[in-house]
Design a protein around this ligand. Sequence first.
Ligand code: HPA
Length: 275
Amino acid sequence: MIDLESHYGELLDILKKDLEGEVIHLAIVLGSGLGKFPETIKIVKTWDGDNLPNYPRSTVEGHSGKLILGDIEGKKCLVFQGRFHFYEGYQVHETIVPSIITKYLGIPYLLLTNAAGGVNLDFEPGDLMLCTSFLGFGIKPELDQVMKIAQLEDRNNFLKTPDPDFNDIIIWSALEEKVHLKEGVYWYNKGPTYETPAEIRMVDKFGVSAVGMSTVAEAYWASANGVKVSCISCITNYAAGLSPHKLSHEDVTIAAKLVENKFNRLVRRIAAYFE
Ligand code: HPA
C-alpha cells in the first residue's frame, strides 16, 4: 500500500510554502469542458502541474493540468483546471491528487464538477445536476487500497458524501443566481468507452440519473478524510441508447461550452458564500 504522505510529501511542502498565510475555504475541480472558469475570476497565483513533483500529467483534451489560486469577492479558492482519470492509466491514488492536496492543505470544502450523460429522461443536454449520492462499484475496490484505516477520520463519512450542508449552500446559491438545478445520483463507469444501452437501462433501474467517468473516488477519499464534498454534473448528452446520436468527447466539450455562462456564475456564487 502506498504511503500518500511520503509519496506526495514534496508536492505538499511546496504548495504549503507557496500558500503560507492564505486562508482558503474551497477547492474546485473543473471537469471536461468546464475549464474556462478561472477566466472569470481574479487569479492570484498559478502553478503548472508539469513543474510540481509527482503531480500527474493530464492527457485528456481540455484538461490543462494547472492549479490556480483565485480570489472571488475577497474569498480565496484553489482551482484544479482538469483532473486525472483512471482510464488514462493512472493509479487510483493519482486520480485523487486534488483531494489529497485539499485535505493536507486544510481546505474544508471540495466542489467536484464533471461532464456527464443524462440517464433520467427529464434531463437534457445543458442541464446542471447537483449530485445527491454516488454509485461507484468499479472504483471502490481500487480505492480501498489507498484507504488506510488509520488515516480515516471517520469511517461513516461515506454517509455524508455528498455533504448535505454543502449541498444546501449550492441550492441556495443556485436560487440566488436564478440557475435551475436538477438533482440526482451519479454513477461511475471506468471508461474510456461510453456505456452500452443495456448498462444505461440497468443503472436507470438502480435510480441513477447521470453517468460519467470520474469524481467518485475523489469524493469518497476526501469525504472519508474529513473534507466536505459536493458535486455538480454538467449534462452534456443523452446517455447511450437514449438518442440515435453517437457519443463523442468533442460533443461533450461543445455541450459543456453551452452551459459555461450559468456554470461559471453559479460556481462564483458558491465560492463567494464562504466566510
Ligand atoms: N457517459 C460517460 N461519461 C460521460 C458521458 C456519458 O454519456 N458524457 C460525458 N461524460
